[in-house]
Design a protein around this ligand. Sequence first.
Ligand code: F6P
Length: 192
Amino acid sequence: PRHIYLSRHGESMYNVSGKIGGDSDISPQGWQYAKALPDLVRQNIGDGPLEVWTSTLQRTIQTGSFLPFEHKTWKSLDELDAGVCDGMTYEEIEEKYPEDYEARDEDKFNYRYRGGESYRDVVVRLEPVIMELERQENILIIAHQAILRSLYAYFMALSQEELPYIKIPLHTLIKITPMAYGCHEERYPLPI
Ligand code: F6P
């Protein structure tokens, strides 16, 4: 069977400071994950070719940089655009845009950041990626929290209400195997 592997980028400097969005580098911990990823992948993939897809953002490219496979970058895999809130912490957003903060909490799937995107927008822009994914063999996607929630929800047939809350931890490789009915899933955290 073919497999689809999903991983968030290694911890970024923005992750460390609690800021959202941006295009920061990965942290020393993030580099540890990047260096461990080739072994984690090798131990958990079957035979057959593998292609690595990243976003255009540095943190995903850096995370994939030690993987000896063909690489492809997709703008459509870039993280949900937080618009005017890009680069802020959740506390700063709550203070500066309290109504938006509340509105997002009310309906996280449909809430669109000012000058940015909603989860619904992300799901729409991922359609071409999913179409291509369905035509391919083994693919490892290194992307971002909101992007991977959307892809994961597609394969696991989760609802729009659940989607924005799916747990996609850092430093964990997720293996999805499409079956006749639904998908099988395994998770491999970075061994420490
Ligand atoms: O904090 C990391 C991050 O990828 C942000 O860049 C992004 O805005 C956020 O997660 C998405 O998660 P949530 O929709 O829960 O805010």
